[in-house]
Design a protein around this ligand. Structure first.
Ligand code: DGI
Length: 138
């Protein structure tokens, strides 16, 4: 299995609740390496591009409002099979399916305010890293 990179983002609810440190700690303990990180407010245009696959969904407006509602902590992480493993560590999107021990299973009870985003495939990872970090990665 090749070394991969993925895009992870602590959403505004996670930044407000000060769980950024815990989330970094979980990925470092697993053996992954951080390659880029920034605390930032999200321009609406960037939020809309990031979530463009959901643009026809009824919750799209709410999704963009939420992600632009306060600072996020955007990151690039690297490691073996990280795209899939990060999704497992995050836990399921639906709160009732997010297992205790996962990030969402430990912190989130709603489908929309669910603490963390992580790329769901190699193609999404490449797209999202370019979108959020351009060439800023170490
Ligand atoms: O990759 P995920 O974040 O696990 O999930 P996704 O790509 O299917 O959806 C992106 C985000 O959109 C998700 O983190 C929360 C929000 N979302 C997904 N499904 C629903 C939703 N929000 C609402 N309000 N209702 C939904 O059914």
């Amino acid at each position: 299995m090749a070394i991969e990179r993925t895009f992870l983002m602590v959403k505004p609810d996670g930044v407000k609740r000060q769980v950024v440190g815990d989330i970094i700690d979980r990925f470092e303990r697993r053996g992954f390496v951080m390659r880029g990180a920034k605390l930032m407010n999200v321009p609406r245009e960037l939020a809309e591009k990031h979530y463009e696959e959901h643009k026809d969904k009824p919750f799209f407006g709410e999704l963009v409002d939420f992600i632009t509602s306060g600072p996020v902590f955007a990151m690039v992480w690297e490691g073996e099979n990280i795209i899939k493993l990060a999704r497992v560590m995050m836990g399921a999107t639906k709160p009732e399916e997010a297992q205790p021990g996962t990030i969402r299973g430990d912190y989130a009870v709603t489908i929309s305010e669910n603490v963390i985003h992580g790329s769901d495939s190699p193609a999404s990872a490449e797209r999202e890293i370019n979108l959020w970090f351009n060439n800023e990665i170490v």
